[in-house]
Ligand binder design. Structure first.
Ligand code: NAI
Length: 331
């Protein structure tokens, strides 16, 4: 008996790769469902679940799922080195989430320190790993990670990614819903950053193409930008997106693993070191390969509405990047 939808066999050839994936913050709202989704991924041979507490239980639970990955739980800083050693991919959803009324930037004071200490450990124990940063504010935590790695002389801009996939997932869902399209067939690039107006969905490039009025474009853009806040308000103090984020994080991690394994044609929108605009970090389509970023792709043709959105976000994104750089340099 097989459960075709959930139990996936690796594509021929993928099993020859052993891939260790570490999740830091694995006992949290995102970490737990993300741990399960990565356990279901046949590209993962070893799954390392780290948190400051509660990971033995999560690891024991997930380890009983009859899939390839061997699961180990690590709790507390003294076990972080072992959790990271040999990791090909480190996913970081560690830190506090938003409560109603908070912006992502309000999380900076707590999460910046957490990200800094975790990235310091990565630079010591798995300096060559690909890093997927989920912890908010992503617009600042990615620059913090870059500075930490620079200080440790381990920085490889090709291996550091801010995870913005949830914005793409939302834009796809909202666009498909509005136009009555089969959501599985829909794609919408989302560029910029991962907070408020820095999230810029490019509905002019959405596929399949559907006619949108100016009002529809504006409403879909705002809903994508405020998608996180929609969830924060609905959860009414119990956190932010966790299940949809775990799904998005698992999609992005799978693409990174496919790239590492040499699968061609893997393209995702993600927040990386970039020369697409004058900003040092920017999210756009990126082709993933054996060394992480293979090529940062351009923005393509933008509508007038999108051009305005791009200009409008720049000051905020620039300030968020600088805030991260300053924090890492000062502390
Ligand atoms: P949560 O509070 O449920 O879980 C966070 C986990 O991190 C907890 O288990 C906590 O023990 C752990 N943690 C704290 N300090 C740690 C450390 N030093 N080392 C390892 N683990 C540590 O929060 P949730 O909902 O899972 O969110 C996590 C982060 O993800 C937040 O910053 C949130 O804003 C962000 N997020 C990012 C999204 C994105 O699109 N990039 C979307 C949704 C949330």
């Amino acid at each position: 008996m097989t459960f075709a939808g959930l139990f996936r066999r690796a594509a021929p050839g993928a099993l020859k790769h052993s891939r260790k994936v570490a999740i830091l913050g694995a006992a949290g709202g995102i970490g737990q469902p993300l741990a399960m989704l990565m356990k279901l991924n046949p590209l993962v041979s070893s799954l390392s679940l780290y948190d400051i507490a509660n990971t033995p239980g999560v690891a024991a639970d997930v380890s009983h799922v009859n899939t390839r990955a061997e699961v180990k739980g690590y709790a507390g800083e003294e076990q972080l080195a072992e959790a990271l050693t040999g990791a090909d991919l480190v996913i970081i959803p560690a830190g506090v989430p938003r409560k109603p009324g908070m912006t992502r930037d309000d999380l900076f004071n707590i999460n910046a320190g957490i990200v800094k200490s975790l990235c310091t450990a990565i630079s010591k124990h798995c300096p060559e790993a690909v890093v997927n940063m989920i912890s908010n504010p992503v617009n600042s935590t990615v620059p913090i990670a870059a500075e930490v790695f620079k200080k440790a002389s381990t920085y490889d801009s090709k291996k550091l990614f801010g995870v913005t996939t949830l914005d793409v997932v939302r834009a796809r869902t909202f666009y498909a819903g509005k136009k009555g399209l089969a959501v599985e067939d829909v794609d919408v690039p989302v560029v910029g950053g991962h907070a408020g107006i820095t999230i810029l969905p490019l509905f002019s490039q959405a596929t399949p193409k559907a006619t949108l009025t100016d009002e529809e474009i504006d409403a879909l853009t705002k809903r994508t930008q405020d998608g996180g806040t929609e969830v924060v308000q609905a959860k009414a103090g119990k956190g932010s997106a966790t299940l949809s984020m775990a799904y998005a994080g698992a999609l992005f991690a799978e693409s990174c693993l496919k790239g590492l394994n040499g699968e061609p044609g893997i393209v995702e929108c993600t927040y990386v070191a970039s020369t697409v605009t004058e900003l040092p970090f920017f999210s756009s389509k990126v082709r993933l390969g054996k060394d992480g970023v293979e090529e940062v792709l351009g923005l393509g043709a933008l509508s007038e509405y999108e051009k305005k959105g791009l200009e409008a976000m720049k000051a905020e994104l620039k300030a968020s990047i600088q805030k991260g750089v300053d924090f890492a340099k000062q502390s």
